[in-house]
Ligand binder design. Structure first.
Ligand SMILES: CC(C)(COP(=O)(O)OP(=O)(O)OC[C@H]1O[C@@H](n2cnc3c(N)ncnc32)[C@H](O)[C@@H]1OP(=O)(O)O)[C@@H](O)C(=O)NCCC(=O)NCCS
Length: 229
């Protein structure tokens, strides 16, 4: 059995580049009332990106029907916002209700925003949410030629398998703890404040706020380790 440790799945992201820092901060959960924004985002994906996202060619009508059929009672959808516009999403869909729980994850980032760490930040956040909902395995299915997804999956130590011409990546999520719960609440709170309340805040200010939140988490972690000794 290979070592499938996936500690990267819940370590806070600390990218060095201010654009990447802003990415992590501009992600929040989406709600059913935002379905039309999700449709707009998916329809802005070019043909190649749509092919990569859905693993088949999907026209506007198909994308529209896909969005109408999102099962909001089960799915968790996270959105990345740039200047109040939705530019990337991660969809986490629990695949069963039996134990242990599993979920499927799908990502999309609009072409002008790709290669800035947004896909990584969305994946990271989705994995924390999966973990906090007692999902222990997250699957991602993508086409063999999707080199970026290979790269992202490997970054999160996914176990990769070829399934009928597609790749299935499996990421193990560890058991939740108080820090993973704090991480989710803090990230969501920050994002709601920043996405909805501080449009146009310079990247470095966002960085300092992010650093403060991360320091808080590190302090809690340190205090807990001291209390155990
Ligand atoms: C896959 C996708 C979500 C990635 O989003 P993103 O914001 O570009 O991702 P990131 O910037 O976090 O990471 C991309 C990485 O791929 C690397 N990359 C870019 N082109 C690459 C290529 N041809 N081969 C290998 N790696 C490549 C980038 O350098 C970057 O790695 P780095 O951070 O180590 O430099 C986005 O490309 C997308 O929406 N694609 C279309 C839909 C799709 O494929 N969805 C996946 C199906 S589930």
């Amino acid at each position: 059995m290979p070592n499938l440790s996936c500690t990267q799945a819940y370590k806070p992201v600390m990218p060095p580049d201010p654009a990447m820092i802003e990415s992590a901060l501009s992600i929040r959960r989406l709600w059913p009332a935002e379905q039309s924004q999700i449709r707009g985002h998916l329809q802005r994906l070019g043909p190649q990106d749509r092919l990569m996202r859905f693993c088949h060619a999907a026209g506007d009508a198909r994308v529209s029907s896909y969005c109408k059929n999102i099962d909001w009672l089960r799915a968790i959808v996270l959105g990345y916002f740039a200047e109040s516009h939705l530019r990337g999403i991660a969809e986490l869909i629990p695949t069963d209700h039996i134990w242990p729980r599993t979920a499927e994850l799908a990502l999309s980032v609009e072409e002008p925003f790709q290669n800035r760490g947004i896909g990584t930040a969305l994946l990271q956040r989705a994995l924390v949410m999966a973990r906090n909902r007692l999902v222990d395995r997250v699957y991602m299915v993508f086409l063999i030629e999707n080199r970026k997804m290979w790269h992202l999956a490997r970054r999160f130590e996914a176990r990769l398998a070829n399934r009928d011409g597609q790749v299935e990546g499996e990421i193990l999520a560890p058991w939740p703890n108080d820090l993973s719960l704090i991480e989710e609440v803090a990230s969501e709170g920050q994002a709601n404040l920043l996405v909805n309340g501080f449009g146009g805040t310079p990247a470095m200010e966002l960085y300092y706020m992010y650093e403060a939140a991360q320091t808080f988490v590190e302090n809690v972690r340190f205090a807990m380790s001291r209390s155990k000794t």
